[in-house]
Ligand binder design. Structure first.
Ligand code: TRP
Length: 328
């Protein structure tokens, strides 16, 4: 069946993925494969803008690839690859930087945020982050970019950069990408307050064992106003209930919604039920992950093969770009 167009998305190699990554991005990546020709990239070069050492880069890339594959990214259909395996992206980044006003980069909220986060490492790459991201997107003639809402300014930047480039060199070589916001709702961490993230250590990794999952779920913060089991709770402000709505059968959700409000079910019981449903949901994922983990060379082959396919597209685009720019 003919596909509706090309999707491209990237994520930094953060190692083992958690529920927030799964619900906010990976599930969407998997679904988009039905209708689109998908290219998914592990952006190791972008990671270099923030890491102090590259010690864990390979392991983190491998673990992330494992999780994506286990979750249902199909390497037979989609291209799954590592950003640095396609060096053309660095070249395009340089050309795009020539049509990028410096002030636009320094004004970006994402850049300002990074400056606050790492005042001692405000490197040039950090400033050029959105330019490299634009190069990622346009190198593969991308129609649609599924990303979280925090990336909206970067996609807008990419669109403007495409327009500037095409205008300046009087070409249609680059395609203006459309954004598709994937994160419908923020997935909160076990603290029940902040967005789930590895750096805050409030995350639940997909690859935990069922026992470890139970342990982690038991640490989840519920309705803070509910002190004792005999107190009635409010599911509307409880992150465990939010998770039940995603992973539990409707009757169970309805039951909890009623019983919690009249202290008919305690938080521990409620959490154990969620953990059980989550474990059940993740069973096929964990089986698939274990199978890939047992054959690391197969994962490496998938990434290498993806890199070759990606590079073929990239080289064709670069030929057009160089022609449009009249490079000698
Ligand atoms: N900036 C994105 C993030 O931090 C990662 C990324 C890099 C990306 N290149 C991309 C996302 C291209 C979409 C398309 O999440």
């Amino acid at each position: 069946m003919a596909k509706k167009g090309r999707v491209f998305s990237g994520a930094r190699p953060t190692g083992r993925q958690h529920l927030g990554n799964y619900l906010g991005a990976i599930q969407n990546y998997v679904e988009l494969q039905t209708d689109y020709d998908c290219v998914y990239c592990i952006v190791d070069v972008h990671a270099l803008t923030t890491v102090e050492t590259t010690q864990e880069l390979r392991q983190n890339t491998f673990e992330m690839a494992l999780d994506w594959l286990a979750a249902g990214i199909r390497p037979e259909d989609s291209i799954l690859f590592v950003q640095s395996h396609v060096p053309e992206v660095m070249e395009l980044h340089t050309y795009l930087s020539m049509v990028t006003p410096l002030g636009k980069l320094t004004d970006l909220p994402t850049f300002k945020e990074k400056v606050r986060q790492q005042p001692d490492n405000v490197n040039y790459g950090l400033l050029g982050y959105p330019v490299l991201m634009t190069a990622d997107i346009v190198l593969y003639k991308t129609d649609i970019v599924p990303v979280g809402i925090d990336q909206a300014p970067h996609i807008e930047f990419a669109r403007e950069t495409v327009r500037s480039f095409n205008y300046r060199f009087n070409t249609k070589a680059l395609i203006e990408p459309q954004v598709k916001h994937t994160e419908v709702k923020k997935v909160l961490g076990i603290d029940g307050k902040e967005k789930m993230s590895k750096s805050l250590n409030n995350h639940i990794e997909l690859a935990l064992t069922p026992e470890e999952t139970v342990k982690r779920v038991r640490e989840m913060v519920t309705d803070p106003a509910r002190q004792r089991k005999s107190d009635p709770g409010n599911p509307d402000v409880c992150n465990v209930f939010t998770m039940h709505k995603i992973f539990s059968p409707q009757e169970e959700v309805d039951m909890i919604n009623v019983e919690c409000r009249k202290a008919g079910i305690g938080c521990v019981d409620c959490k154990l039920r969620f953990a059980a449903n989550l474990n059940k949901h993740l069973e096929p994922f964990r089986a698939k992950r274990a199978a890939f983990e047992a054959k690391p060379s197969e994962v490496q082959n998938i990434l290498d093969h993806g890199g070759k396919r990606a590079r073929a597209i990239a080289q064709a685009t670069m030929a057009e770009v160089r022609e449009a720019m009249k490079l000698p």
